[in-house]
Design a protein around this ligand. Structure first.
Ligand code: UDP
Length: 330
């Protein structure tokens, strides 16, 4: 069974590619390397191409049985400033990919969606039935594609699982791959970098939220747990889940929330050094609390997160240290 991992040179896609291979699947990575990194695909077949390039995709799709789609722009702030870029890739490009998949006769599709589809939730923890009202173009683009999958399920028999990630973090235990974003905007790598003295001071975006310590609470989920969930989603489709066509959306989170200050403390525990920080203004569009209800992932996929916050931060730290060492010896 061969799987096309579209966007497999990115952070989450590269972890999913490894999880698939460990479970015995043949993996082909397809990526245009616009935000991905060739080094994250080492040891895999990489086909360079854009998701909207139908002629490039056609021969690759002819060799695979299912598709996982990770190739999206994923900066919320940038999506507000440059929605055109987000809708072009995450909607137009993604639809073109979906049509190519359909035309190739493939009917199994796993999509990396996001808790950004919920916008500002009314209730915590968030279940899949919660109202979906994204508050930025990034979330809107993810919701659009989920809706397209649902429609293609009803009309054409496409079978898909959309996995709504909460806050992905951490790195593969092998130390071979981990989080790289340029620029880096995510809390855990920034907190770790701040503690080494190599990065700038961490700016905490607001300390006047209605939470236990005034800082935002998020549900951080280890990227290897996310990757395992993708394998389970694929197995679910293989075992004739939603037979005949249909779509499912499933939250991937731990069900536990951690505040920004708790992350700062976890980073200090991992590095043994203080995280230099200052409190700044709130970041526009940040809801106070986002925590998943992960019950559906357990009941449908038999999946729960196995790794905790310490595992997340210590693996992220191991990966960062390795990169710092490599840079110093380069
Ligand atoms: N955050 C912060 N300082 C930073 C980056 C993030 O205080 O430099 C906060 C942010 O407000 C949010 C949490 O950390 O509450 C996680 O943000 P991140 O950008 O990592 O992920 P997001 O929730 O935006 O997907």
């Amino acid at each position: 069974m061969a799987i096309l991992v579209v966007g497999g040179a990115g952070y989450i896609g590269s972890h999913a590619a490894r999880a698939l291979r460990r479970s015995g699947y043949e993996v082909v990575i397809y990526d245009n390397l616009s935000t991905g990194f060739r080094r994250l695909t080492r040891g895999f077949e990489l086909v360079e191409g854009d998701i909207a390039d139908e002629s490039r995709l056609r021969p690759v799709l002819a060799r695979v049985d299912a598709v996982m789609h990770f190739a999206a722009h994923a900066y919320v702030g940038e999506s507000v400033e440059n929605p055109r870029k987000y809708f072009r890739n995450n909607v137009l490009g993604a639809l073109s990919l979906l049509n190519s998949v359909l035309d190739a006769g493939i009917r199994r599709f796993v999509f990396s969606s996001s808790c950004a589809v919920y916008g500002i939730p009314e209730q915590i923890p968030i279940t899949e039935q919660a109202r979906r009202e994204p508050v930025n173009p990034y979330g809107a683009s993810k919701l659009f594609f989920e809706n397209a999958l649902a429609a293609y399920g009803r009309a054409y028999g496409m079978r898909s699982v959309s996995l709504r990630y909460f806050n992905a973090a951490g790195a593969d235990e092998s130390g071979e791959i981990g989080e790289i974003h340029e620029p880096e905007t995510h809390l855990i790598p920034l907190a770790l970098a701040a503690s080494t003295g190599n990065g700038p001071e961490l700016e905490i975006y607001g300390c006047d939220y209605p939470t236990r310590d005034g800082t935002c609470v998020r549900d951080y989920i280890h990227v290897s747990d996310l990757a395992d969930a993708h394998v389970r989603a694929l197995q679910y489709l293989e075992e004739d889940g939603i037979e005949g066509g249909g779509s499912l959306a499933i939250n991937l989170g731990t069900g536990r929330g951690h505040s920004v200050l708790e992350i700062v403390r976890a980073a200090e525990n991992a590095t043994g050094r203080r995280v230099g920080r200052k409190v700044g203004p709130r970041r526009p569009g940040d809801p106070p609390i986002l925590v998943a209800d992960p019950a559906k992932a357990q009941s449908v996929l038999g999946w729960t997160a196995r790794r905790n916050l310490d595992d997340i931060v210590s693996s992220a730290w191991a990966w960062m240290r390795k990169n710092l060492d490599q840079r110093m010896t380069a």
